[in-house]
Design a protein around this ligand. Structure first.
Ligand SMILES: O=C(O)CCC(=O)C(=O)O
Length: 281
């Protein structure tokens, strides 16, 4: 089954909304994350690590995700809009290439439970959150299918969470395939987490308005499989469409210090914009 889409149908945003000429800063391994890297995170709002999971650990995560998907009803699945009439006929593996994202898998498979508790991941998150006790408050797989994986427009993850802006929310975005400029790797606007919450609007998604994006700051974070981007809940980030015939699968886990209280949803909407009712990241 081919799911290649005319690329124009998924590139429905200004071509210059993303820049591809400024790669970010990296460390190679988790062992190199010291206080200096935590300071960089505080300043820039992100920390990119080339190797967090080894190849066999990436394979385990992919097997776990495939198995959860094979059991109907176990995860909250959102297909790409163009895939609607193909879902029924698709085999398990083909289905992976129709899915935009799915959530709530960590409790469903012990390999995925182990990922959420991975000592290398938690050691970095503890340092960046400034807390020994953590709660993982969201798990999501973002599959951005070949030839039709839509953009995730610029946004702040905190806009989707009922958590007071300023809470030390740390997102961990882990590449399961090579995430490249062409297939929709992460892009960030360094330092924006220090500038507070901004109002989001329902356009292609619930997002920062294209005109409000400071494109000059766009920094691209390509990653190999097993590499991870740790980023602050208020950092502006987004991913362009997958323009290739290659998969760009990723998982994203969000952590906060244990015991962090939730705010009423109305307060979230007052801060981030009233169009954000019932949205998920
Ligand atoms: O992986 C992607 O394409 C975007 C992930 C993201 O930024 C999010 O869901 O908050």
């Amino acid at each position: 089954m081919s799911n290649a889409m005319p690329i124009e149908s998924v590139v429905d945003y200004p071509e210059d909304l993303y820049r591809f000429d400024r790669p970010g800063r990296y460390v190679d391994e988790v062992d190199q994350v010291t206080d200096a890297e935590a300071e960089q995170f505080a300043d820039l709002g992100y920390l990119a690590v080339r190797e967090v999971l080894a190849a066999d650990e990436v394979a385990e995560v992919l097997d776990g995700l495939a198995e959860v998907l094979a059991r109907p009803g176990r995860a909250l699945v959102e297909y790409e809009a163009w895939a609607a009439d193909r879902i029924e006929a698709a085999s398990g593996d083909e289905r992976m290439d129709l899915i935009r994202k799915f959530m709530l898998f960590v409790q469903e498979d012990q390999r995925l439970t182990a990922l959420a508790r991975h000592p290398r991941i938690l050691s970095v998150v503890r340092r960046l959150c400034g807390s020994e006790d953590l709660t993982m408050m969201q798990d999501m797989a973002l599959l951005k299918p070949p030839g039709g994986g839509r953009e995730k427009p610029w946004h702040q993850d905190n806009a989707y969470f009922t958590l007071e802006p300023g809470t030390p929310i740390v997102g961990v975005w882990i590449a399961l395939d090579d995430a490249t400029a062409e297939n929709g790797c992460m892009h960030v606007l360094p330092g924006t987490h220090r500038e507070g919450p901004v109002v989001h609007f329902k356009r292609r998604d619930w997002q920062v308005c294209d005109d409000d994006v400071d494109r000059n700051r766009d920094t691209m974070i390509p990653l190999p499989p097993g590499g991870a981007l740790f980023f602050h809940g208020l950092l502006h980030h987004g991913t362009p469409a997958n323009r290739t015939a290659h998969r760009r699968r990723a998982v994203q886990l969000h952590y906060v210090p244990a015991g962090t209280p939730n705010i009423p949803d109305q307060r979230r909407l007052d801060i981030f914009g009233s169009e954000g009712k019932d949205v998920s990241c």
